[in-house]
Design a protein around this ligand. Sequence first.
Ligand code: URA
Length: 240
Amino acid sequence: MNLMRLDRFLALCGRGTRSEVKKLLRAGRVTVGGNTEKQGERKVDPDSDEVCVDGKPLVWEPFVCLMFYKPQGCVTATEDRSAKTVMDYIEHPRKKELFPAGRLDMDTEGLLFLMNDGALAHRMLSPARHVEKIYFVRVEGEITDADAEMLRTGVEIGEKHPTLPAKLTVLRSGQISEAELTITEGKYHQVKRMFAACGKRVIYLKRIAMAGIRLDESLMPGQWRELTREEKDRLNVQKG
Ligand code: URA
């Protein structure tokens, strides 16, 4: 049982600020188990009590997960003394529950999940799970066949073992080259270190997919949306 105040429950379901919720309650528009309830401090169980506004039941979703297009120039943390964090971009009734699942460097942009399920985040990031991440990479210099072969089979980046085999699609090769790289690990600065091992400097990095979910192309840097039911189910497969 997970009891919470009715006014808090209404606010967390997106029914407005505390004062807007108070108005709803005072107007007699809220029922609990079919009975009008005007007291915000009354406790409800979101999993079993039927709470309605204007006769329509509110659906309590325990799992909250946002797809966030992290822009460059912010840190992947919930708090930081001096820098802007990813959380500074989020306005959501349940923001306080959310944290980033994994991290992207300050100068990396792209897909980041913000969620409230610590166990799921832990599984998604566990090295043993080999969850796929796809990056769009722009580097200085030409990606030669030899580089591509090295990246695909595994490179030494100063860890105990070489990197695991990666998928590489070279999109453009020249003075500036572009590629898509799929990796199943998440070591610190992994993509930059992999290309550095081939003598190439990464000048732009964007994560475009993770765990089979692609960054929504309609999102602009700094924007987010909730995951769809289908996307949430796909993430939850990690529970197996
Ligand atoms: N690899 C990197 O080098 N940086 C990131 O932010 C993510 C993957």
